[in-house]
Design a protein around this ligand. Structure first.
Ligand code: AKB
Length: 316
């Protein structure tokens, strides 16, 4: 069957790269990018773009029907740090948009099957979760509103799958490091800023302390994981909460040292702020054996490989 894809939140950190990758696979005209913001410059001329508020159910339904959409990637969200500034908006956006897309898939069920991708995060875990090698199935008591929406969202996805047979797939993204589009409002954002500032200013003040270990992933791996999960045969997928996903775990000090191997005069200082408490409540490393078993997930980038790629690409 010919796939027709709608991406909601296409101008964010994941959205830009995912849209470009999906357009390569399915053809530019078959991937409709949408966002509440103006079109990202990197998307211009690569395929159709429309302005869409993720919480606008009528407009979303109209696009899905008119365009014959078969897959929706719902990426619009408020992240952990921004979510703490406005917890109500975080709940309304993150949960409202998910509920509406799930309902749309149920409403359209007899006409056309719609497959959904919705991202979860390591923010579903909290201080009571085992921090090292966090298992797929474990205690989840998130401390941020963002984490609460991701955990509730995972349960909602699982409920719609069991109750209505909705094909909705999800991963718990670690901190994502990218150079094409930057993150906004997350706790792991330092791991992108540090590369940009290393090249721009030769120094960086980090908002997390030097030994704060967090699970991280280069964007190329994250995009490949997302597409591989969406292409996996449905009968292989036994897990209907989001999959743990892992590539590497490092601290600000370690990423600093890996940059310093290439930019020898690079300097770092540490000034932990309110985001430190969020980072301290998250896992240091993740066990992703379920993803590896059910859909053959395997990362390609480690810290050294990623540092080389980030600095080379940002320089260009
Ligand atoms: C954040 O820091 O809020 C995000 C995430 C880990 O989900 N990058």
């Amino acid at each position: 069957m010919k796939e027709k894809i709608l991406i909601i939140g296409a101008c964010g950190q994941i959205g830009v790269e995912l849209t470009l990758a999906l357009r390569k696979i399915y053809g530019g005209e078959n991937v409709i990018a949408s966002d509440i913001r103006d079109e990202h410059p990197l998307l211009a001329g690569t395929g159709p773009y429309t302005t869409l508020n993720a919480n606008d159910a009528d407009n979303t339904r109209a696009i899905v029907k008119k365009e014959g959409i078969t897959q929706i990637y719902l990426l619009a969200a408020l992240l952990s740090a921004t979510g703490e500034k406005d917890p109500k908006l975080c709940w309304d956006l993150n949960m409202g948009s998910l509920r509406q897309v799930l309902d749309l898939a149920v409403e359209m069920k007899d006409e056309r099957k719609i497959k959904i991708f919705w991202p979860s995060s390591i923010a579903v875990f909290g201080a009571t979760t085992p921090r090292q090698n966090t298992p797929q199935l474990t205690v989840m008591e998130p401390t941020t509103m963002y984490g609460v929406t991701k955990y509730a969202g995972e349960l909602l996805c699982q409920y719609y799958n069991r109750r209505y047979g909705t094909d909705v797939r999800s991963v718990r993204y670690p901190g994502l490091i990218s150079w094409k589009s930057v993150p906004g409002g997350g706790t792991t954002d330092y791991a992108v800023d540090i590369y940009i500032q290393a090249l721009k200013a030769g120094k960086y003040e980090c908002f997390l302390s030097e030994n704060t270990y967090l699970p991280m992933m280069y964007m190329d791996d994250a995009i490949r994981a997302t597409i591989e999960l969406m292409q996996a045969p449905v009968e292989n997928l036994k897990t209907h909460m989001a999959f743990n996903l892992s590539a590497m775990s490092f601290s600000p000090k370690e990423v600093y040292e890996s940059i310093k191997k290439i930019i020898s005069n690079f300097e770092i200082t540490y000034a932990p702020d309110h985001r430190q408490a969020i980072a301290d409540s998250w896992p240091a490393s993740i066990d992703d054996s379920t993803a590896r078993a059910e859909w053959n997930w395997k990362p390609k980038f480690d810290l050294e490989k990623m540092t080389t790629a980030m600095l080379e690409n940002l320089k260009k």
